[in-house]
Write a protein that binds this ligand. Structure first.
Ligand code: JFZ
Length: 609
């Protein structure tokens, strides 16, 4: 579906469509992100006011509102999905939702403890929901009565307390503000009640002038210096509104940043959606937003916590692609933060602080990631973050342009021996105690870290992932697939698909460091109508034919909740590489491709034992 067609749909339709329908898009077409306001910002320049953003690299996101007090439950029934959308999921009438405010008394809210957690986690900025789609102001506002100060027994202004605690501890503060969607405001975007008599879409302007402008002004004038106003889900909001908000922010706080979800191409940096860490670099300054579990807002059942190592490796992977990671916590209705989140963030923070040199102010890796981990760069230093320490004691890097002047462990300065062989450089890694979550090797090079080749290498030790995005395609195409698991829980997958002819091919350049036999796996999604289609994977010297099996991919059907993407990992068998050196691995159909689709996410080449 083309964007211009979508633009003519109503906002409600747009949101429902985005939340439910098929989201398979060609890399060239405009993607779902753009409708949510994740379209690229007009300028990719890093102006002076962006410097802290590109250097700090790691922030805390907080989703906290009236919805937090419902904890994923309405009238005894749990609604599985992102907790801040409970009003939508449970179809709560506007008056009942508003009345719930009298039960909201977050007496365990402790701004000092939250700021301490951010600091312990190694985060340098906090962005908190001042007003989410529910329309409830978590601050003292003259522009509405639906606020935490007026409508609850709590009566305090937690944004004020947080602003003071942040200032004291030197943590930057940002406010999330839902500028378009306001579910409890009769003229707001996606209002959940019955519109006032005679309502016209242009009446959005009343809501905008009477609520958005005064509230954003309050946030910019009553809470000291604000690092960022984080707007969200602009939908089809008119360009004049995005422009007016840019002017408003600039008027009161010219140094304050704005994210791309202000819409219409405005904003200082891009916010990527769907809790996704990209495999490739993006143009201009950008961030990935993600959560410590699955839901942004607290939901009682959500125990899918990211471990400390997962959090730390996500930070590394985002920095390695040149971005910033903003990781969310969802405080409970009483204001307290779940202990799992506290523990895991703190443990990851201990690692980040011990390896600060390789994180803060660090730049993107010249490589697209390694099987054992990832890299960050500062000056002539290359930092190897080894998620999976080599059992053989040897790490090989075949494609470094410059000589290694020194190699050591960042944590403790221990020297690492380096061998120069025809394969590249070999690092002789000592055995380590398991307390070092992600050992970092610092390589001081004779020049700025650069890769001489982008070929993915197969070293006989680690499995090599041939990701779809790294393939060259002939006839077929790169495809992004986005879908939701539980409601609002977006997933993202990069694929090769769109097979049309028997001659179509996806090709990966590989550098075989160790000749011999390898186990090959493929991760794919296959529609029922493509079940039994035939495929062939080839190395220079060998090939394996295989037949596709329905993996559970389902198109969006009326009456079903939404489109389903389901992938599976299948072992194909043994493939030989007789010679070392750079060569191709190819995949294509045997005969004419058939059915709705066969989507390859990656090929995995594993040592054969
Ligand atoms: C939005 C909100 O609706 C949600 O409640 C949460 O605040 C999240 C951080 O942002 O949801 C989005 C926005 C964009 C995408 C997905 C979910 N996207 O671009 O894929």
């Amino acid at each position: 579906m083309k964007l211009n067609k979508l633009k003519s749909l109503s906002l409600l339709g747009l949101i429902l469509l985005a939340m439910s329908a098929v989201a398979v898009v060609n890399a060239k077409e405009q993607s779902m992100d753009e409708m949510w306001g994740n379209e690229p910002i007009a300028s990719t320049e890093v102006s002076e006011k962006l410097q802290w953003f590109v250097d700090d690299n790691y922030s805390m996101f907080i989703h906290w509102g009236l919805y937090s007090s419902m904890e994923g439950v309405w009238k005894g029934k749990t609604h599985y999905g992102i907790g801040e959308w409970i009003m939508h999921m449970a179809k709560i009438p506007v008056d009942e939702y508003k009345a719930h405010a009298k039960n909201f008394n977050p007496d365990k809210f402790d701004a000092t403890a939250i700021v301490k957690l951010a600091k312990d986690a190694g985060m340098r900025c906090i962005v908190i929901t001042a007003k989410h789609h529910e329309g409830f102001a978590m601050f003292d506002s003259k522009a509405s009565d639906f606020t935490i100060t007026k409508a609850t027994p709590f009566g305090r202004d937690p944004m004020k307390e947080l602003a003071e605690a942040c200032k004291k501890e030197g943590i930057r503060l940002g406010f999330y503000y839902s500028q378009n969607q306001d579910w409890t405001e009769p003229n707001g975007g996606n209002y959940k009640g019955t519109r006032p008599e005679g309502y016209k879409p242009e009446d959005f302007e009343i809501y905008f002038n009477e609520k958005v402008v005064p509230q954003v002004t309050e946030l910019l004038t009553n809470y000291g210096d604000i690092g960022v106003v984080w707007f969200d889900t602009p939908g089809n909001m008119d360009k004049k509104y995005s422009a007016a908000l840019v002017d408003l922010v600039n008027k009161y706080q010219p140094d304050c940043l704005i994210n791309s979800r202000i819409g219409n191409g405005f904003g200082d940096y891009s916010s990527l959606g769907d809790m996704h860490i990209p495999l490739t670099q993006n143009a201009g300054p950008w961030e990935t937003v993600d959560t410590t579990n699955d839901s942004w807002a607290y939901a009682w059942y959500d125990e899918h916590w990211k471990s400390a190592k997962k959090i730390a490796s996500n930070v590394v992977e985002v920095v390695a692609r040149g971005g910033t990671y903003m990781l969310n916590v969802g405080p409970r209705g009483d204001g307290s933060i779940p202990q799992d989140a506290v523990d895991n963030l703190t443990d990851a923070g201990t690692w980040i602080k011990a390896n600060a040199e390789a994180i803060y102010g660090a730049d993107a890796s010249p490589f697209s990631g390694f099987s054992w981990g990832d890299c960050t760069v500062k000056g002539n230093n290359l930092y190897l973050h080894v998620f999976d320490w080599p059992k053989s004691g040897k790490l090989i890097i075949p494609n470094l342009k410059h000589k290694v002047k020194s190699a050591s462990l960042l944590c403790c300065g221990v020297n690492i021996d380096v061998l120069q062989s025809e394969k590249g450089i070999e690092l002789l890694c000592p055995s380590l105690n398991s307390k070092n979550m992600i050992p970092v090797i610092k390589l001081e090079l004779s020049g700025k870290p650069e890769a001489v080749s982008s070929a993915l290498f197969v070293d006989g030790q680690y499995p090599t992932k041939l990701e779809a995005v790294f393939s060259k395609v002939e006839g077929c195409a790169h495809k992004v697939v986005k879908w939701m698991e539980k409601f609002g829980e977006w997933k993202h997958s990069d694929n090769v698909g769109d097979w049309k002819k028997s001659t179509d091919l996806a090709k990966w350049q590989v550098n075989i460091l160790e000749a011999g036999k390898y186990n090959v796996k493929v991760v794919y999604g296959c529609y029922p109508s493509s079940d039994s289609s035939e495929w062939i994977i080839k190395s220079n010297d060998d090939s394996i034919s295989f037949v596709a099996l329905d993996s559970g991919m389902r198109k969006f059907k009326k009456g079903e909740p939404r489109f389903r993407a389901r992938y599976m990992t299948v072992e194909l068998g043994v493939l030989s590489f007789d010679k070392t050196g750079v060569q191709l691995v190819t995949v294509g159909p045997r005969g004419a491709p058939q059915g709705d689709g066969f989507l390859i996410e990656r090929i995995i080449i594993e040592p054969y034992e």
